[in-house]
Design a binder for this molecule. Structure first.
Ligand SMILES: *[C@@H]1O[C@H](CO)[C@@H](O)[C@H](O)[C@H]1NC(C)=O
Ligand SMILES: *[C@@H]1O[C@H](CO)[C@@H](O)[C@H](O)[C@H]1NC(C)=O
Ligand SMILES: *[C@@H]1O[C@H](CO)[C@@H](O)[C@H](O)[C@H]1NC(C)=O
Ligand SMILES: *[C@@H]1O[C@H](CO)[C@@H](O)[C@H](O)[C@H]1NC(C)=O
Length: 207
């Protein structure tokens, strides 16, 4: 009897311990940011954040492309995000300071956006965690980026588990059939519009 209880207790303990341990791994920031790991073009596959209005704003985007490129200064990376709304392409450019495994958007006093790249087992994905603090929005955001437009089911499940660990809502899934915008803003083109970055952040007005 004692043995059965001991085993039952052990099982209970291991069950209650497994979730936090899995979450610890899933929410682990990457040890180091190797610029070549995240340089280049990425498509947003899914995203979630604990701010309703911004989540709704994310749903309105047909596609989101993100570019990281190293600048002349090693600790600075330039970040360009291109949001598609129907025929409109919105280009947002930021400089990001990288320190260890975390980064900060260099936007002066307009808002605070810091974050980290998290663990992912998907070979051509990035999982990006953002902490946004501004007058209008305080949120934790998590984004799944990939070189592909769609990821495998098990890769998506891992991202969903990451969201659950951080108590974030069911993600907005981007429609992979919607075109990505071209890389550079063609300012003469009637279908392209550049919106000043003061008016919006990546997923919603953060200021
Ligand atoms: C967020 O949106 C959901 C669904 O639209 C709604 O049920 C919920 O009450 C909203 N929460 C807040 C805090 O507005
Ligand atoms: C980015 O880094 C690579 C390798 O470190 C270097 O060859 C390249 O010139 C850099 N690009 C810019 C724009 O600095
Ligand atoms: C990024 O940094 C470079 C070099 O310091 C600067 O020329 C550029 O204007 C900055 N871009 C933005 C969007 O702040
Ligand atoms: C950003 O953070 C700094 C330091 O914590 C604070 O002084 C500043 O007011 C913050 N800005 C906004 C817009 O929240």
């Amino acid at each position: 009897m004692f043995v059965v209880c001991a085993i039952a207790l052990l099982c209970l303990m291991s069950a209650s311990h497994s979730a936090p341990m899995v979450c610890e791994k899933l929410l682990q920031p990457l040890d180091e940011l190797h610029p070549h790991r995240f340089e280049g073009k990425w498509a947003l596959v899914a995203g979630s954040l604990d701010h309703n209005k911004s989540m709704e704003a994310l749903r309105l985007r047909d596609s989101i492309t993100m570019y990281f490129s190293n600048s002349s200064e090693a600790s600075t990376v330039s970040y360009t995000q291109v949001n598609r709304f129907g025929d409109l392409c919105q280009y947002l450019r930021y400089n990001i300071s990288v320190r260890g495994s975390t980064f900060n958007f260099d936007v002066g006093d307009r808002f605070n956006l810091s974050g980290a790249f998290l663990y992912t087992s998907c070979p051509d994905c990035l999982v990006m965690l953002w902490n946004v603090k501004s007058q209008r929005r305080v949120s934790t955001d998590m984004y799944l980026l990939s070189r592909r437009r769609e990821v495998e089911q098990k890769e998506m499940q891992e991202f969903r588990d990451q969201l659950t660990c951080d108590q974030l809502p069911i993600p907005v899934m981007m429609d992979p059939t919607k075109e990505l915008c071209p890389e550079e803003s063609e300012s003469q083109s009637p279908t392209a519009a550049t919106v000043p970055i003061q008016e919006t952040t990546a997923t919603q007005s953060a200021q």
